[in-house]
Write a protein that binds this ligand. Structure first.
Ligand code: S3P
Length: 431
């Protein structure tokens, strides 16, 4: 993670203008890094995220004996094959990354060795029972602090396939079970209560696995022949949300965000913004490496507000902190329901959003599983804190652009978990 002492001062801007590119999608980078490591042969991955989380995944795979070279965002991975990982000499460090620990555990559960994997203080408070249960049913033995928190000790085993209904909508848990299913003889099934991002299904197919998905039921045929590939990671849609909201907030803004992943399980963000009156256009839409990719053009526009609930909440879960910022400046405000999962992200994002909003003089009515932010509010200059959470650092940098004076963000370096050049990019387009 970034330097926790880094303090960033954000000055209000007049408008945002220009054309930007974003780091490679965090979700897709993790999946390519893991699957290329267990494929046969060499994979060349273009635009792999330099964010600390995705680099944690690569470091873990290296510790498991996978050879790779990186030249900036160009990453070459020499796959070890399904049976080629080796026991790590020391415990694996997933850093701040829930995706790394949860998805990689699916692979580790199938190895003929024991692995210990942990991470930073935030990760050590994140719930792991959700992966321990299905992996236990498949035959692995997992130990955790208080039976639910990292570090995990994973006693790998020859796994058996299961048919698993996810109790919470989580793409990480779905991916964990599917990745474990890669190593089983027979068909593994995952049932999801509402659709979650399907990058694992797409990536598994790209590497050669047989994955079916229909009506929320996903199946994978075990022991596929995974083959190394050349793949390009699209720009990160969740990172685009900060710039979309910034441009919508500031009069006179117009921004072009190039080469962004627009997978339909994630791009509901655009529908939600456009439904509230946002002037957004999607251009040059095409398919690359199985994913939908395109350019986003956004212009300042007043935003009416909206209600996020049920499947929409799940689809936009990572974007909620910055949508809360937009909600405060909107005409009718933002209501967020069914978002209890926000409490177990890198921080309790209901609490950290509410705290920073309070510091800026913004009213937020908090509930256990969501909040309401009334509209037509003014952001006051304040001392803000990321609380070590990348999305909180970036969401409140956006709020600061619209404040009545300069704001400071403590622990601003947290942004580097998914977007190391965030503040530079913001400065480049600030007018
Ligand atoms: C992710 C899934 C989501 C999301 C996270 C990335 C993924 O987490 O919040 O940032 O890449 O699968 P959950 O699976 O906990 O919902």
């Amino acid at each position: 993670m970034g330097d926790s002492r880094m303090v960033e001062t954000i000055h209000p801007v007049t408008s945002l203008e220009g054309s930007i590119r974003l780091p490679g999608d965090k979700s897709i980078s993790h999946r390519y890094g893991m699957l290329a490591s267990i494929a046969e042969g060499t994979s060349r991955i273009h635009n792999y995220s330099l964010g600390a989380d995705c680099q944690s995944t690569l470091a873990c795979m290296r510790s498991l004996g996978v050879a790779m070279e990186s030249d900036g965002t160009e990453t070459t991975i020499h796959g070890a094959g399904l049976d080629g990982l080796r026991a790590a000499a020391a415990p694996l460090d997933a850093g701040n990354s829930g995706s790394t620990i949860r998805m990689l555990s699916g692979i580790l559960a199938a190895q003929p060795f024991v692995t210990r994997i942990g991470g930073d203080e935030s990760l050590s408070k994140r719930p792991m029972a959700r992966i321990m249960k299905p992996l236990g049913e498949m035959g692995a033995r997992l130990e955790a602090t208080n039976e639910k928190f990292p570090p995990l000790t994973i006693h790998g085993a020859k796994l058996r396939p299961i048919d698993y209904a996810l109790p919470v909508a989580s793409a990480q848990v779905k991916s964990c079970v599917l990745f474990a299913g890669v190593f089983c003889e027979g068909v593994t099934t995952v049932r999801e209560p509402v659709p979650t991002r399907d990058h694992s299904e797409i990536a598994l197919r790209q590497f050669g696995a047989e994955v079916e998905s229909l009506g929320g039921v996903i199946t994978i045929e075990g022991r596929p022949k995974l083959q190394g590939r050349e793949l390009t990671v699209p720009g990160d849609l969740s990172s685009s949300a900060f710039f979309l909201v910034a441009a919508l907030l500031k009069k006179g803004s117009s921004l072009s965000i190039e080469n962004v992943g627009l997978n339909p399980t994630r791009s509901a963000l655009m529908d939600f913004l456009v439904a509230g009156g946002a002037r957004i256009r999607l251009l040059n839409i095409q398919q690359d490496s199985g994913e939908v990719v395109g350019d986003i053009f956004v212009e300042h526009s007043p935003w009416k507000g909206g209600v996020l609930e049920k499947a929409m909440t799940a689809a936009l879960i990572d974007e909620i902190p910055v949508l809360a910022v937009l909600g405060a400046a909107s005409e009718e405000g933002l209501v967020v329901r069914d978002a209890a999962e926000l409490r177990v992200k890198e921080t309790d994002r209901i609490a950290t959003v509410a705290e920073n909003m309070k510091r800026m003089g913004i009213t937020v009515n908090v509930r256990e599983d969501g909040f309401d932010v009334p509209g037509k509010q003014q952001f006051r200059a304040a001392e803000l804190d990321s609380f070590g959470d990348h999305r909180i650092a970036m969401a409140f940098s956006v709020a600061a652009l619209a404040a009545d004076g300069p704001c400071t963000i403590h622990d601003a370096g947290a942004a580097s978990v998914s977007f190391p050049r965030f503040y530079d990019t913001l400065r480049e387009i600030s007018r």
